[in-house]
Design a protein around this ligand. Structure first.
Ligand SMILES: NC(=O)c1ccc[n+]([C@@H]2O[C@H](COP(=O)([O-])OP(=O)(O)OC[C@H]3O[C@@H](n4cnc5c(N)ncnc54)[C@H](O)[C@@H]3O)[C@@H](O)[C@H]2O)c1
Ligand SMILES: O=P(O)(O)OC[C@H](O)CO
Length: 425
């Protein structure tokens, strides 16, 4: 068999989602598959939740008198996602596909990039339709809460589909990344070694497998019954070097890590904090107030990771990587959660109303994450241990006012003595 740079096969990549960030990441990935033809098939499929759109006047593809068209047709004809990433040229090897099943056919790398509320249903539809040895990367910023259990979306996707799934998150406002303004991101990828002494024949569903929990990658409860299948012979290894080649661009610098929990929680929880930053900014309280909210927010992120993901979460990820403090700063400066919370206070509107009026179909993630995190903390009897997360929830519910944030997060016990003790730990 002819080999491609020593490999009989190349990875086929599918992006599941085509919103603001979904389209920006799909652009990056398609640029990189083109640039690395020995590793990846050039064409990238992007699943689009189909809808009818009008090409807006601001688009260079606008024609007077045009009628509503399918979003997939517009993307494939004009190479622009006119609804969710208007004004950005998409690579011609990025193919918009309205069929979820067809978009993932034969894909060995699945990139999940949807608002988190749509993941469960999407995974249900994908079950049994993907390659059993596929690997995933979740770009989703949210956590998956069911009653008193909290999971990372990488874990939920992994256990629902029986695959390994890593995570990508960083200080990445999609429009800036898509415009190729420089930024950094963090990719967490740490699959257990799979026994390759019995390689899987290509096309055969029977594969050597290993158990994530047995390999110490996560606790048995979290791993569920995932049996990881080996990548069949012939495919390029999916190690950090090759994963980086899929995402790194001159304008999008990737740092690789193994801390999937840190990367995922940084992205999910900062959305709740960004709402609080928007509330205090909407009151006209200035940068010092925003910085105070961020300080407490980072503390609560770290406490959440240590308490609920003790086997894997690394505090340093929050302080040293783009997915931590850097994303907190960017999100509390210009993110959608921040902006909508600010407008809601300034105009006295509900945040849902602002989301509808301002975002043209894009979805806030902080509002539902605040409720989900609160559901979990309440079930654990731990609301008072996370006063900022709890305050945001209560403001959203109308139980408290943004003006009360300083008092709500003032912890009388958190005095200097306690801080000194913490520093010595
Ligand atoms: N936008 C950003 O700047 C940004 C940056 C980094 C990370 N993220 C994260 O990326 C994830 C995806 O966000 P996004 O910005 O791409 O989405 P978005 O906010 O643009 O949401 C719109 C998308 O949701 C889809 N959608 C609507 N109804 C649906 C349904 N019923 N089923 C499936 N899909 C449906 C739409 O088709 C569209 O693709 C989120 O978790 C977000 O927090 C966003
Ligand atoms: O616009 P937001 O608030 O969803 O945040 C966007 C990105 O997550 C910033 O990194």
């Amino acid at each position: 068999m002819a080999t491609l740079g020593g490999h009989a096969r190349r990875h086929k990549v599918a992006v599941i989602g085509s919103g603001n960030w979904g389209s920006a990441i799909a652009k990056i990935v398609a640029e990189n598959t083109r640039q690395n033809p020995k590793l990846f098939e050039q064409d990238v499929q992007m699943w689009v939740f189909e809808e009818q759109v009008m090409i807006p006047k601001e688009s260079k593809n606008y024609r007077p008198g045009s009628t509503p068209q399918k979003l997939t047709d517009v993307i494939n004809k004009h190479h622009e996602n006119v609804k969710y990433l208007a004004g950005i040229d998409l690579p011609t090897n990025l193919i918009a596909n309205p069929s979820l099943e067809d978009s993932v056919r034969d894909a060995s790398i699945l990139i999940f990039n949807l608002p988190h509320q749509f993941i469960a249903k999407t995974c249900e539809q994908l079950r049994g339709k993907i390659l059993p040895f596929a690997r995933g990367v979740s770009c989703i910023k949210g956590v998956d809460v069911t009653r008193d259990e909290v999971k990372l979306f990488s874990e939920s996707i992994g256990s629902k589909l029986g695959i390994y799934c890593g995570a990508l998150s960083g200080a990445n406002i999609a429009n800036e990344v898509a415009a190729e303004k420089w930024s950094e991101t963090t990719v967490a990828y740490d699959p257990p070694q799979v026994d390759s002494r019995h390689p899987t024949p290509l096309g055969s569903p029977s594969a050597s497998s290993t158990n994530l929990a047995a390999k110490g990658k996560t606790s048995p409860e979290r791993a569920g019954s995932i049996k990881l299948q080996a990548l069949p012979e012939g495919y390029p290894a999916l190690n950090h070097e090759n994963m980086k080649k899929l995402f790194h661009r001159p304008y999008f610098h990737v740092r690789m890590t193994t801390d999937v929990a840190g990367v995922s929680l940084g992205g999910a929880l900062k959305n709740v904090v960004a709402l609080a930053a928007g509330f205090v900014d909407g009151l006209g309280w200035g940068d010092n107030a925003k910085a105070a909210v961020m300080r407490v927010g980072i503390q609560e992120q770290v406490a959440f990771g240590r308490r609920f993901f003790p086997d894997s979460f690394q505090t340093a990820t929050m302080t040293e990587e783009s997915c931590g403090v850097a994303d907190m700063i960017t999100s509390c400066s210009g993110g959608r959660n921040f902006r909508c919370a600010k407008i809601s206070v300034q105009k006295g509107l509900s945040i849902e109303q602002v989301e509808k009026e301002q975002l043209n179909g894009q979805k806030l993630q902080g509002t539902s994450t605040a409720v989900e995190v609160n559901t979990f903390l309440k079930a654990k009897g731990m609301e008072q241990d996370f006063p900022l997360f709890t305050a945001v929830y209560n403001i959203l519910e109308g139980n408290k006012k943004p003006e009360e944030i300083p008092d709500l997060i003032l912890n009388e016990e958190d005095d200097d003595t306690k801080n000194i003790k913490r520093a010595r730990m």
